[in-house]
Design a protein. Structure first.
Length: 327
């Protein structure tokens, strides 16, 4: 059994603890948080034997094989560096950090420790995304010409203002999916070569709450992305190729333990529904991804889950978008 130490008691920790409970290869052994009441409730709900308010105590525990960091974005670097220093593998929630300086320092610590690390873009571990790669690699789909994505969720009241706002809480989803699509269809280096223009509006805490970006990659591929954490709950993502369009009919960023669907509409030919059924949600499949990686002794995830270099490229894109929307 893989023994997990969980740092953080927010709603995202509940999702992973549920996933751990559904796996026959994992168990939660320690939870760390600031609120004694939250720790007690979670320990009871998920049957976790040990709680602590001291991260250092969790990191030195012999009962912890891997650490899940579910803290606000601006705390990811420090917590990851502490875990690396303790020799613990890490699954750290997205986004990687809120600045490139912190992101590069985090990556340096991970590489120096030579210990497993993965960013928690959980949807990328779901079979839905593996099926997407199969579709995108099919020559009959044609060449990529453009992509567009939008994600909205009314979450501004419940996120930590120091976490960076909508880009680092929600925009990371369409950004990381665009990264996967461009990388898969255009090559490993294509995503880094681009120009970006963006606009944004800020909320009272100074963070961008609504933003839109237009991207032109050096190979001529175009993209538009939008993100907001100020209203609604809506999603869309569409890929346009020389042969047709591929649209997500269900939420690509919250694939379910149920039916997940894409729609391929060729310019010439019948519409094709692409259905992926799964027994578990994305958090479960992310847990299984970590289990497999640690059992194999690998130091990072495999695609479609983000490798360390992928996380750094996505983070560079988010900070570039942030800067473009600010100036």
């Amino acid at each position: 059994m893989l023994r997990w130490g969980v740092i953080g008691t927010g709603f995202i920790s509940h999702a992973l603890l549920t996933a751990i409970g559904n796996s026959d290869r994992s168990v939660a052994s320690v939870i760390c948080g600031r609120s004694e009441a939250s720790l007690a409730d979670m320990a009871t709900q998920y049957g976790v034997p040990t709680t602590t308010s001291d991260q250092a105590e969790l990191l030195i525990s012999d009962d912890v094989d891997v650490v899940y960091i579910a803290l606000p974005n601006h705390l990811h670097r420090a917590a990851t560096e502490a875990a690396m220093a303790a020799g613990k593998p890490v699954l750290c929630e997205k986004s990687l950090t809120t600045t490139m300086a912190d992101a590069k320092a985090l990556v340096t610590s991970v590489r120096a420790a030579n210990t497993f690390f993965a960013e928690g873009l959980m949807y990328l571990a779901h079979p839905f995304m593996q099926q997407l790669l199969t579709v995108l690699r099919d020559p009959s789909v044609g060449e990529l010409r453009s992509a567009s994505g939008f994600y909205a969720a009314d979450i501004w009241q419940v996120v930590n203002p120091a976490g960076g706002g909508t880009l680092y809480n929600l925009g990371c989803y369409p950004a990381s999916l665009l990264h996967l699509v461009v990388q898969t269809m255009c090559g490993e280096d294509a995503f880094a070569h681009r120009q970006i223009a963006a606009f944004g509006t800020r909320n009272d805490d100074g963070n961008i709450q609504d933003t839109a970006a237009t991207i032109r990659f050096d190979n001529g591929v175009l993209a538009t992305l939008q993100s907001t954490d100020s209203h609604g709950f809506a999603h869309s993502f569409e890929i346009v190729t020389t042969k047709g369009t591929l649209r997500f009919a269900t939420n690509p960023w919250l694939p379910e333990a149920d039916e997940n669907r894409m729609v391929w509409q060729p310019y010439d030919g019948p519409v094709r529904d692409i259905v992926v059924e799964a027994k578990h949600d994305a958090f479960y499949h992310q847990t299984r991804m970590v289990e497999r990686a640690l059992a194999a002794g690998t130091k990072e995830a495999t695609r479609p889950s983000p490798r360390l270099s992928d996380s750094l490229e996505i983070m560079q894109f988010l900070t570039d978008w942030d800067e473009a929307a600010t100036t």
